[in-house]
Ligand binder design. Structure first.
Ligand code: AMP
Length: 307
């Protein structure tokens, strides 16, 4: 079985959408990536940090999903990273109301011995220096996937560029791709980002799907048009987790297989947004995912003859 190493926040989130609000619930980029990758036949581990206010039942949830938690440090007397966000009526834009780094402020990641040789590494959204530190502890991964956000472009650009230079794949959203590259056209933006290091660039466009770029080749995966989007939190991380999990599960990191991987990423993200937080990802089974794949196929299949 392929090994998948994930670094990312394991957090408490408080979320407000036009449909309701939650108190502190399970969140964090590492959490969403892990739960999404758990849909595949992979042996994964999360490297992160929490305080001793983090409920043991959440760690049990990871273990039940075949996610190794040895690399999740529990700081005695410490408080878990907390993020609070409020979505606007369009559900595409949100304001961060509060970010409390807490134990994350002094986090020194330690990759468990058994995962140093993981075939695939996902550097989830975190300080780029933490991402670099994790990368240094790994031994020749076949594929390194970086997910990041505008927060790090604004606050730690030099360090972020060092990580970008070392990865094979970057997944970012359209606005972030524009910010990182200084190009409005996503095709030009992807080209510029490729020049910074990654061979593959995945640009997530939320409800408008995702684009995969490799040199001059482009592939597009739609997002499933949903009747109701309840809470978009974690959609990007779930996408990245599905992408990485599929590649690890199939042990094939070719461009052709990456096309399937972004379809899986979109598929899993469509489940994530249908309920608050990780609720839907916790109870999702493979049958539901397979059924939705059929919908993805129908959505894009047409048979025009090209003369
Ligand atoms: P997404 O909706 O994909 O941007 O991911 C949302 C998740 O990212 C939430 O569960 C938060 O806990 C986490 N998060 C928010 N801000 C940060 C940050 N600055 N660094 C790392 N993780 C964050």
């Amino acid at each position: 079985m392929s090994k998948l190493l994930i670094v990312g926040t394991v957090a408490f989130d408080a979320i407000e959408t036009p449909f309701g609000k939650t108190d502190k619930i399970l969140g964090g980029a590492g959490t969403y990536i892990g739960l999404s990758a758990a849909q595949f036949n992979v042996d994964s581990a999360i490297v992160s940090v929490v305080g001793d206010d983090f409920p043991a039942e959440y760690l049990d949830l990871f273990q039940k999903n075949n996610i190794n938690t040895e690399g999740i440090e529990i700081v005695k007397g410490g408080k878990t990273f907390f993020w609070k966000g409020r979505y606007h009526n369009d559900l595409n834009t949100r304001d961060t109301i509060d970010t409390q780094l807490n134990v994350l402020a002094d986090f020194k990641p330690v990759v468990p011995e058994a995962y140093k040789g993981a075939e695939i590494v996902v550097l989830g959204n975190l300080h780029p220096l933490v991402q670099l530190n994790v990368l240094k502890q790994t031994k020749n991964p076949k594929l390194v996937i970086l997910d990041t956000m505008n927060f790090w472009m604004d606050n730690a650009l030099d360090d972020l560029l060092k990580v970008v230079a070392k990865v094979d794949v970057i997944t970012i959203n359209d606005e972030e791709a524009r910010q990182l590259s200084g190009e409005y056209s996503l095709v030009k933006a992807a080209r510029k980002i490729q020049e910074m290091g990654p061979e593959y660039v995945v640009i997530k466009k939320g409800e408008h799907g995702a684009l995969l770029f490799k040199e001059e080749q482009i592939f597009f995966a739609p997002a499933l048009p949903l009747e109701e989007v309840f809470d978009p939190t974690g959609a990007g991380d779930t996408f990245a987790g599905g992408f990485a999990g599929y590649l690890a599960g199939t042990k094939d990191i070719s461009f052709e297989n990456m096309k399937n991987a972004i379809i899986y990423g979109s598929n899993l993200a469509s489940f994530c947004v249908e309920k608050f937080g990780t609720e839907q990802m916790q109870e999702l089974d493979r049958k539901q995912v397979q059924q939705r794949l059929e919908e993805f196929k129908k959505l894009t299949k047409f048979d025009i003859e090209v003369d």
